[in-house]
Design a protein around this ligand. Sequence first.
Ligand code: NAG
Length: 134
Amino acid sequence: MNQKFILAFILLFTLSVTNATQFYLCRPEEPLPVPNVTIDPDPLTVNTDTVFHVSGTLGSDLYGISIILEDANTQQIDYASYDFFDNPYKAGSPFNFGLNYKIEKNLPSSYTIAVYFFDSEAAEIGCAATFIGF
Ligand SMILES: *[C@@H]1O[C@H](CO)[C@@H](O)[C@H](O)[C@H]1NC(C)=O
């Protein structure tokens, strides 16, 4: 293959990967599993119906999820919670579903989105966070 073509392809691929919002470990000092999270549309946009796609496998039954947005001073901007008490996702089996979300407040230039995964005791069993504008 033509080398310029390969370079262009790699560049496009890198751009398409880095443009997506990536979620990471929430707290390195207290590492919890990092379920896979993607948002659609991406990036998060105010007053727009958004779906948080979450997937993965956790070591405990999954009973609830919270989405928390905080500003650069860790002040809460928004909070949404979802519970699956009637139908928990079983430990060790893969889950894959979407959470409907809408941010109806203006977002500062820097903020974090954290997605917390809870067991039946409301203990955190997984967490994924992304850091926007830092
Ligand atoms: C996220 O997805 C990757 C690739 O499919 C998988 O290896 C990983 O275990 C997933 N994370 C969790 C916590 O399940």
